[in-house]
Design a protein around this ligand. Structure first.
Ligand code: NAD
Length: 490
């Protein structure tokens, strides 16, 4: 197949196993739903343990050959995929936007990000060096870095293509082969990616299996030949995966999990920029469905009312509409379960005494399909730390606003949850900003900024937000094991 002329049928999407585009072994398929109107958008194979087993066997066969390539040879394959993503960006975007409900303006960055990360890791391959260790004179001790072999990657529904394409970059650059499972709620772009990879990589190097978490996902986690798991998803599933993997073998499991991320605004902050950032940090372009969303906003009492009013008016000005329309700033929530979860949070927060500042309901707009999962961006103020919304990740468009006066107490509250993924601190005083950034126990902190991921800068969570860090050299190293070679000269 030529990757120039890709003729992709959404209703006949296939998996990639051993270089072949295939259906599930038992022929099972399931539908993927367009969240904008609830219609069937396409269908994908419902892979299960037998499909994962085929993929793992193919990956295992291909791995020595892949690891035996030179660094520039492996890099060349990865750069071809990066170029293909850029060439196919418009087709992929169209699928991705309809399958996720995320707005097109935002999703365009996802494809560029994935392409950039493939190029970044392709170039890093030479840096997988070992050491020589002067431990015992007369002998030579050295270390080499070796790939695990077959790596399983399991990714969530919010950025399906970016995660499927970008997260294979580090394992591949390190000489591993991969079995990837996208989320069941938005699997179609991964099947498009499968077609690109089929035309680019040697058979078995990249395998993509769609299906449910409890079936294909669990089969990856429990497969004896998959020694390294890279997981992105919820805390609950992350915990389950650690347990399930440990039942089968000793495995290396990295986990990028949820967040309930604090943003702290001091009275001396640039308040205009802080208000804009508080809105941007909620990632309403994909309905707040982002692990890094700064969904707990702590406003100092001196500036609380002013910034709150600014945040609310900026949020109300956002255009809710068809996610394919480049002017839309909010689309539908990705799936029914998520939609109902958002509604539950609104109900409970009202019961617990939260003050609804805006949103909290379906938009009253005749241009939106009645059947889609539409919800207005929602803001609650009057938040107290013991409230459910103050403690639990929604993974949806709800911002919780707290008023603060005592710094120590506020930092204690910021650090009091199980999560520790991102945080944002706003002050024009560098001492205040840095001291606070160091005291907040999160893996990624922005000072006078929010949301942006920077190439080569590690991203990862503390506490139950995960283990391991991605998007960086450390990520590449984490797909290798260190091996010692002792040469006894005497
Ligand atoms: P999820 O945990 O429900 O699912 C994630 C993936 O795990 C999916 O592919 C799913 O099919 C699979 N899965 C589910 N059960 C499984 C099992 N028993 N065994 C193996 N695989 C299984 O998460 P989600 O709802 O898709 O995504 C939302 C969550 O992901 C949020 O908590 C969000 O914060 C988190 N997330 C984290 C990051 C990060 O980088 N830290 C990025 C994006 C999303």
């Amino acid at each position: 197949m030529s990757i120039q002329g890709l003729d992709f049928d959404l209703h006949k999407a296939r998996n990639l196993i051993d270089g072949e585009l295939v259906d599930a072994i038992d022929g099972a398929r399931y539908d993927s739903i367009n969240p904008a109107d609830g219609s069937v958008l396409g269908s994908v194979p419902r892979g299960k343990a037998a499909d994962v087993d085929r993929a793992a066997a193919a990956a295992e066969r291909a791995q020595p050959g892949w690891a035996g390539l030179t660094v520039p040879e492996r890099a060349a394959y990865m750069r071809r995929l990066s170029a293909a993503l850029r060439n196919h960006a418009d087709s992929m975007l169209d699928i991705e936007v309809r399958d996720t409900g995320n707005t097109i303006g935002e999703m365009r960055h996802d494809i560029a990000n994935a392409a950039n990360q493939l190029e970044y890791y392709a170039g890093l391959g030479y840096e997988l060096k070992g050491d020589t260790i002067p431990a015992t004179p007369g002998n030579i001790h050295m270390t080499v870095r070796v790939p695990y072999g077959v790596v399983g990657k399991i990714v969530p529904f919010n950025h399906p293509l970016m995660f499927a394409a970008a997260k294979i970059a580090a394992p591949l650059a390190a000489g591993n082969t991969v079995v990837v499972k996208p989320a069941e709620q938005s699997p179609l772009s991964a099947c498009y990616l499968a077609e690109l990879c089929a035309a680019i990589f040697p058979p078995g190097v990249v395998n993509i299996v769609t299906g449910f978490g409890s079936e294909a996902g669990d089969a990856i986690v429990r497969h004896p030949r998959i020694k390294r798991i890279g997981f992105i998803g919820s805390v609950e599933t992350g915990m389950l995966i650690q347990r399930r993997a440990a039942e089968v073998a000793i495995k290396q499991v990295s986990l990028e999990l949820g967040g309930k991320n604090p943003m702290m605004v001091f009275p001396d902050a640039d308040l205009d920029k802080a208000a804009a950032a508080a809105v941007r940090g909620m990632n309403f372009g994909w309905q707040g469905q982002s692990c890094g969303s700064t969904s707990r906003l702590f406003l100092h009492a001196d500036i609380h009312d002013k910034v709150l009013a600014d945040v609310v008016s900026r949020i109300q000005a956002r255009k809710i509409g068809d996610p394919r329309d480049p002017t839309s700033e909010v689309g539908p929530i990705n799936n029914k379960a998520q939609y109902e979860k958002v509604q539950r949070f609104v109900r409970v927060t009202l019961e617990e005494g939260g003050k609804l500042e805006t949103g909290g309901r379906r938009p009253d707009q005749s241009d939106l399909p009645q059947s889609g999962y539409w919800w207005e961006p929602t803001v609650f103020s009057n938040m107290r730390p013991e409230m459910t919304l103050a403690q639990k990740e929604v993974f949806g468009p709800i911002l919780a606003i707290f008023k603060w006066t005592d710094l120590d107490e506020t930092i204690r509250i910021a650090n009091s949850l199980e999560y520790g993924l991102t945080a944002s601190v706003w002050s024009q005083n560098i001492n205040t900003a840095l001291t606070t950034a160091r005291r907040i126990d999160s893996g990624c902190i922005w000072v006078n900024g929010v949301g942006t991921h920077f190439p080569a800068v590690p991203f990862g969570g503390r506490r139950n937000s995960g283990t391991g860090s991605e998007e960086s050299f450390a990520d590449l190293l984490s797909y290798t094991e260190e091996k010692a070679i002792n040469i006894l000269l005497g």
